[in-house]
Unconditional design. Structure first.
Length: 234
C-alpha cells in the first residue's frame, strides 16, 4: 500500500491499471475496509452513496465496525442521454453544474432548469425512502467517509463532498474501490484522504471494468441491505 503524503491518495500499487480485480461490490468493500487507516476507524462514519455505493459501504461498515448512513446524491442527466450527466444534486439541495459540458452540447437554460428540478425531486424521494425523518448524523469531530462503487468523472462525488462540508464535517474522506486517475486526483485535492484500491487511466475507463460480476442496484436492493445491516448483530 502506498501513501502519497502530498496528494493524500492511498491506493494498492499491485492493482493499478488492472481490470476485473474485484469479484463483486461486497468483495470490493472487503478490500476497502482493510485499507482504511486507524485514525478514520477510530471515530468515523460510513456514508454510502446510493445505489451502487451501498453494497460496498455495508461491507466496509461491517468489517470496520463503523456506523453506516447514506448520502443521497444524483447526477443531472442530459434529456437525450440518461447515462450522461452535466451536474449533480445532493441531499441538502447543493447543486453543481458542469457548465463547460453544457456549452459543448448546447444545453438550453430551460433544459437545465427542468433537469435540476427533476433531479431534486428524485433526491428528495430517495432521501425519504432511505432515511425517513431521521436527522442527518452529527459530523463534527468525526471522519465522514464517503463510499461509492467507483469514480468515473467524479462530479457526483464532488457534490457529495460539498454537501458534507455544508453539514459541518471537519474531516471528509473518500473511499472507492476503483477510479479514473484524473478524477481521483481532482477529488483528493478537496478531501483529507482518498482511498482507491484500483486506479486506472485512459480514455476507455469504466467503473464496471474493475468488477468480474456487475449489475445494477435497485432502490429495493438498497432498502433490504440497510435493513439487514440495522438488524444484524455486529
Amino acid at each position: 500500500m502506498k501513501i502519497n503524503m502530498e496528494s493524500t491518495i492511498i491506493d494498492l500499487p499491485e492493482l493499478r491499471e488492472n481490470t476485473r480485480v474485484f469479484q463483486d461490490r461486497p468483495h470490493a468493500g472487503q478490500v476497502l475496509a482493510r485499507m482504511i487507516g486507524a485514525d478514520d476507524k477510530e471515530n468515523g462514519i460510513i456514508l454510502a452513496i446510493p445505489a451502487g455505493g451501498v453494497p460496498v459501504g455495508v461491507v466496509v461498515a461491517e468489517k470496520t465496525g463503523l456506523d453506516l448512513d447514506v448520502a443521497v446524491v444524483s447526477k443531472i442527466t442530459l434529456p437525450w442521454n440518461t447515462e450522461a450527466g452535466y451536474g449533480a444534486v445532493a441531499f441538502d439541495g447543493t447543486v453543481q453544474l458542469n457548465e463547460d459540458l453544457m456549452r459543448r452540447v448546447n444545453l438550453t437554460a430551460e433544459d437545465a432548469k427542468k433537469g435540476i428540478e427533476k433531479t431534486k425531486a428524485k433526491v428528495w424521494r430517495r432521501v425519504e425512502k432511505l432515511r425517513g425523518c431521521q436527522p442527518f448524523p452529527d459530523l463534527v469531530n468525526r471522519s465522514a467517509i464517503l463510499v461509492d462503487d467507483g469514480l468515473a468523472s467524479g462530479f457526483t462525488m464532488r457534490v457529495a463532498v460539498a454537501a458534507l462540508r455544508n453539514a459541518g464535517a471537519g474531516r471528509v474522506v473518500v473511499a472507492v474501490p476503483t477510479g479514473h486517475r484524473q478524477s481521483v486526483e481532482m477529488i483528493a485535492s478537496e478531501v483529507e484522504t482518498l482511498y482507491c484500491a484500483n486506479i486506472r487511466g485512459g480514455f476507455s475507463y469504466a467503473v464496471a471494468g474493475a468488477y468480474r460480476h456487475w449489475s445494477d442496484v435497485s432502490e429495493e436492493d438498497v432498502v433490504k441491505l440497510l435493513e439487514r445491516f440495522k438488524t444484524k448483530d455486529r
